[in-house]
Every structure is written in structure tokens, then in C-alpha cells.
Design a protein around this ligand. Structure first.
Ligand code: SAM
Length: 245
């Protein structure tokens, strides 16, 4: 079972997202346990202070190290992954989500204000950013990470095949999906998907996935390992695109 502990000064923010759909079912099935802790419960002063002025001056407040150390020390077990959400962290992606889904215990520390005292870095095992932009706090990044990680925990998704085929799982973007109706306002489902020929459908989907990736995220193609068939399909795609212009 994966246990996730989240440390935040706004525990109430987590009420909705974890109480519906797949995240709720995963907890109900006992596949994951998610607990949210108020950082102020780890303070020792009457005002439950979690922030203070920065040494050296400057605007804004900085999160004090003591409550964070106390929280981590009381929650940490052997092999816990202690993650600080931070715009300076490793850029979160599907590979990191997979790595985290294999752990037993994650502690997510949500920053606020101008961030955390630098000495907090000495008790974390990993720093993660969810993108090159600055949010007001680490709570939404923590939700993003929990969502991406929990759905990878074995047993959480009803149909494990859906994981195998979706975007990024194979290093490229997913092929286009269609459902009923067959003709929607003149936009038709490609005939091949109605052909019943599984091999042709498989090849078409792979080609469409490669084409989408080639056009939208060519950087992904450089990082993934392509089969001989993929290389042939890519040649076909490039030829077709050249002919289109
Ligand atoms: N002064 C900090 C800086 O420039 O890096 C920004 C602090 S931000 C206003 C407050 C907190 O929000 C951060 O400590 C972090 O926990 C969280 N945060 C903001 N943007 C984030 C991002 N892109 N990824 C992960 N966490 C983020």
C-alpha cells in the first residue's frame, strides 16, 4: 500500500479533489492512504508561527525550518521519499510519476510565501516542480503529483490496458480517440476504425500517435526508443506531409 502524507498550512484545500472518482476509490479499496497534516500543528509557539522575515532583507516572508523539520521527523519512516514542491525542482513528468508510484511512502511538503528556508533542503530527498511558472503555493502541485501517481498504483485503474496506451506511457502522445456517433455534424469517424481489422487499426493508431508527436512534441521522439516499424511509419508521415504542401 502506498501512503502519502501531505504537509500544508491549508489542509482544507485538499477536501474536494481526493474525495471523488478514482482517488476516492483507490483509498476506499485500501490501495493508497492519503493524509493531510496542518503544518501549524508542528509549531510550538502560541501563535503557531510558520513564517518569518528573510535574513538580508527583501520582500515577503520565508517558511521557518523548525515546523517543517518537526513534521518530517515525526512522519518519516525508513525509505520515505520526502518531496519539497518548488519551482526550482526537477520538472515533473510521467517517468517521475512511475518512480513515485513504486514507493511505499511519500511526504509532500507544500511551500507558501516566498518559499522555505534553504536548510529544509537537508531533510528532503527530492525537489519537484510541476512547470516553469510560479504558483502561490505547493498545494496544487501536490494534488497534481498525487493524481498522476495514484492512478499508476497497480489495481487503481479498472482496465490496466488504458495505462499502456495513453500519452507518455510509451514516450509518445496518444492516438486520436472516437466514440459514437459515427457522424457528428459532418465530422466522420475514420473508416479504418470500423473495419474490424485489428492489425490495420493498430498500425493506423501507431502512425497517428507518431504523427501527432512529430507535429506537436518532436522532442519526445528524440528521447524515446523507436522500433523499425516506427521509423518506417515516420518516413511515410514525413513523405505525406511534404506532399501536402
Ligand atoms: N520565491 C519562490 C521562487 O521564486 O522560487 C516562489 C515561491 S511560491 C510563491 C510559493 C510556493 O509555491 C513554493 O515554495 C512552492 O512550494 C510552490 N510552488 C510555486 N510554483 C511551483 C511550481 N511550479 N512547482 C511546484 N511548486 C510550486
Amino acid at each position: 500500500m502506498l501512503r502519502i502524507d501531505i504537509v500544508t498550512i491549508f489542509p482544507e484545500m485538499f477536501k474536494g479533489p481526493f474525495d471523488v472518482s478514482i482517488l476516492k476509490k483507490a483509498q476506499d479499496k485500501g490501495l493508497v492512504e492519503i493524509k493531510v497534516y496542518n503544518l501549524r500543528d508542528f509549531t510550538e509557539d502560541k501563535h503557531r508561527t510558520v513564517d518569518d522575515y528573510p535574513y538580508g532583507g527583501g520582500s515577503g516572508m520565508v517558511m521557518k525550518p523548525e515546523p517543517i523539520f518537526k513534521a518530517v521527523r515525526s512522519l518519516k519512516k525508513e525509505n520515505s521519499e520526502v518531496i519539497l514542491l518548488s519551482p526550482s525542482g526537477d520538472l515533473f513528468n510521467q517517468k517521475i510519476a512511475e518512480e513515485l508510484s513504486k514507493k511505499n511512502h511519500l511526504i509532500l511538503i507544500c511551500g507558501r510565501y516566498e518559499g522555505v528556508d534553504e536548510r529544509v533542503k537537508s531533510i528532503i530527498t527530492r525537489e519537484i516542480s510541476i512547470g516553469d511558472y510560479v504558483l502561490t503555493g505547493g498545494e496544487i502541485p501536490a494534488m497534481v503529483i498525487v493524481d498522476a501517481v495514484v492512478r499508476l498504483v497497480p489495481g487503481v485503474l479498472g482496465d490496466p490496458d488504458s495505462l499502456r496506451e495513453e500519452s507518455f506511457q510509451w514516450g509518445i502522445l496518444e492516438y486520436p480517440q472516437y466514440t459514437h456517433p459515427r457522424d457528428f455534424e459532418g465530422m466522420k469517424v475514420p473508416d479504418i476504425l470500423l473495419s474490424g481489422n485489428h492489425e490495420r487499426i493498430r498500425r493506423w493508431r501507431r502512425k497517428e500517435a507518431l504523427k501527432k508527436t512529430f507535429l506537436k512534441r518532436p522532442d519526445l521522439l528524440e528521447k524515446t526508443s523507436l522500433t523499425q516499424e516506427d521509423l518506417e511509419l515516420l518516413e511515410e508521415i514525413k513523405k505525406e506531409l511534404r506532399e501536402e504542401v
